[in-house]
Design a protein around this ligand. Structure first.
Ligand SMILES: [Zn+2]
Length: 251
């Protein structure tokens, strides 16, 4: 049940006929895990909170550094040295105090991951740590939780929804664990600030669609973006035969 203030706060999305009050109530009841409160996680989590997702679980083991402020828009100069999940939680609480926040200041590793995933409806992978990406993919498959996966480096970004328990490919259908060319990072390769805003916002959009039932989510497709040449392409993403992570679901 939405209050009068909530009907006003979320009015512009409730106005969408195929979103409506029912979509808003689904957001209010949802719990979303955001792994990484850096360039992607900051805009993604801010938009999820602004849009009225009921609960956010924020995970990051790192502290804010001066070189993060160019693009990680939930953090300010006063937050340097503060844990990123805690810093982002403060920004989110200021934006929308109705959101229930859970802050985890340690990296989320595999044994603990399963317990956290058993209590969430959706996961946003906004980390730049490849072992964590593969572990999250495995844990999401085991828990049957959709994974909105995004990456950004230089002027290039990628976005996909992985939900193989409901059909389609997983992260490990696309990438092989241990591949050298998946190891590019912003700290080594650089990144232009608005790129992470674009990709992080698209990640929030896919999450809102999955949670509310609005529109058609980016399942079985990989969105590849290059803002240097302003190219957006959505490629069909096949299930990998004998995928080590999701192969058992497709036999
Ligand atoms: Zn797979």
């Amino acid at each position: 049940m939405l209050t009068d203030a909530q009907l006003m706060r979320y009015n512009r999305q409730i106005l969408l006929h195929d979103f409506d009050i029912a979509g808003q109530e689904r957001l209010q009841q949802a719990r979303v895990l955001v792994v990484g409160l850096g360039g992607l996680g900051c805009p993604a989590a801010l938009y999820l909170a602004a849009a009225g997702v009921g609960e956010l679980v924020l995970v990051d083991g790192d502290a804010v550094e001066l070189s993060n402020l160019q693009r990680q828009i939930a953090h300010t100069g006063d937050d340097i040295g503060t844990n990123k999940a805690r810093s982002a939680a403060a920004a989110i609480a200021a934006l929308n105090p109705e959101v229930t926040l859970h802050v985890m200041e340690e990296p989320l590793l595999e044994p603990a991951m399963a317990a956290v995933l058993s209590r969430v409806d959706l996961v946003l992978d906004a980390t730049d740590n490849y072992p964590v990406r593969f572990a999250l993919n495995r844990a999401c498959i085991a828990a049957g939780v959709p994974l909105v996966s995004a990456a950004a480096v230089r002027s290039e970004g990628q976005l996909a929804v992985f939900d193989p328990t409901r059909g389609g490919p997983c992260y490990a259908c696309l990438y092989t664990e241990g591949d050298a060319d998946t190891a590019l990072s912003c700290s080594e390769s650089g990144v232009l600030a608005p790129l992470v805003g674009v990709i992080g916002s698209l990640q929030a959009m896919e999450a809102l669609k999955l949670l509310s039932g609005y529109g058609e989510a980016l399942r079985g497709r990989l969105l590849v973006i290059d803002l240097r040449s302003v190219e957006f392409r959505a490629l069909a993403l096949p299930v990998r035969a004998n995928c080590p992570a999701c192969g058992h679901l497709h036999n």
